[in-house]
Design a protein around this ligand. Structure first.
Ligand code: UTP
Length: 296
């Protein structure tokens, strides 16, 4: 046991416009797009619950009712499935969020940026350390999920962290980029963070992915952040200021990340997750064989 307060709350910003998936995301939230048979948001919520989170906070727009509906129990559908003798399917929609976990919602009136979306959760989080998960970064791990890995590290160090991975040097302008410094325990502490630097100005090629454990003080910093890159209120800018008073770790997670906010990342995730389903695998592999000819 440690003396550090537990990470009980996780914020899910889901109020973005999802323009890269238009027209699909005109009426369906990006986070409800399915990878095989589960929406992106459910994978992220399951990752948070595995990490010990007991309060799920969705920062949503007025248009995102489907997300709320997805996590609401549906007794009618359950009894219908039961009547049809399909208890297996019924179990898959029962308690998508376990009973000990509660959900809260807050509306972000305008998509002013990720920093603003996180700030909207201020009153629901309070001043304790908390997690942020961006559901469009889907992370497949063989052992513990990415957030659980970060929570374990938090309990060992008391420091918050950002999920990071190496990105191609030519693509630094799509990520928050950090430079790091190792301490005596070989852990990487963040020295500097910059939002979407050009390859020439990037301090490294370590890109931030959508997993964060942040101290409650971040809300006060977000309040004073002005619109930055892309005219949006950037979480990166508040984190940069946070580094002056609290160390944060760069957590190079075990696992594979899929950028499901982009079409190619989404398609790759669909293929890789499909191959993990026993009932789909052989069929998919046989299908890929038929595609080999396309290269010629
Ligand atoms: P993205 O940068 O992927 O933006 O947001 P987006 O609007 O969702 O998608 P594109 O770029 O237009 O295709 C990263 C995460 O932050 C949330 C998004 O919902 C997504 O989970 N977000 C972003 C908000 O909740 N509010 C915002 O104002 C901006």
């Amino acid at each position: 046991m440690t003396d550090f307060p537990p990470i009980r709350k996780a914020v899910f910003p889901v109020a973005g416009l999802g323009t890269r998936f238009l027209p699909a995301t005109k009426s369906i939230p990006k986070e409800m797009l399915p990878i095989v048979d589960k929406p992106l948001i459910q994978y992220a919520v399951e990752e948070a619950v595995e990490a010990g989170v007991d309060t799920i906070i969705f920062v949503t727009s007025h248009k995102k009712g489907a997300i709320l509906d997805h996590f609401d129990p549906d007794a009618e559908l359950e009894s219908l499935l039961l009547a049809k003798g399909n208890d297996e399917l019924r179990k898959r929609i029962h308690n998508i969020i376990p009973d000990h976990v509660s959900t809260r919602y807050v509306i972000q009136e305008k998509a002013l940026g990720l920093g603003h979306a996180v700030w909207c959760a201020k009153n629901l989080v309070g001043d304790e350390p908390f997690a942020v998960l961006l559901a469009d970064d889907l992370i497949r791990s063989k052992g513990s999920g990415c957030l659980k890995q970060m929570v374990d590290e938090y309990h060992a160090t008391g420091a918050g962290s950002l999920g990071v991975e190496e990105v191609p040097s030519s693509m630094t302008d799509r990520y928050g980029i950090v430079s790091v410094e190792k301490d005596a325990t070989e852990r990487n502490y963040i020295r500097q963070i910059v939002e979407k630097p050009s390859p020439e100005n990037a301090p490294s090629n370590l890109g931030v992915v959508g997993r964060y454990i942040l101290p409650g003080e971040i809300f006060a910093l977000l309040e004073s952040v002005q619109a930055g890159v892309g005219g949006e209120i950037q979480l990166t800018d508040a984190i940069s200021r946070q580094l002056d008073s609290k160390p944060l770790l760069a957590h190079a997670f075990e696992g594979e990340r899929y950028d499901c906010g982009s079409r190619h990342g989404f398609i790759r995730a669909t293929v890789d997750y499909a191959l993990e389903h026993e009932d789909l695998r052989d069929d998919m592999l046989a299908y890929f064989d038929t595609l080999r000819d396309l290269r010629n």
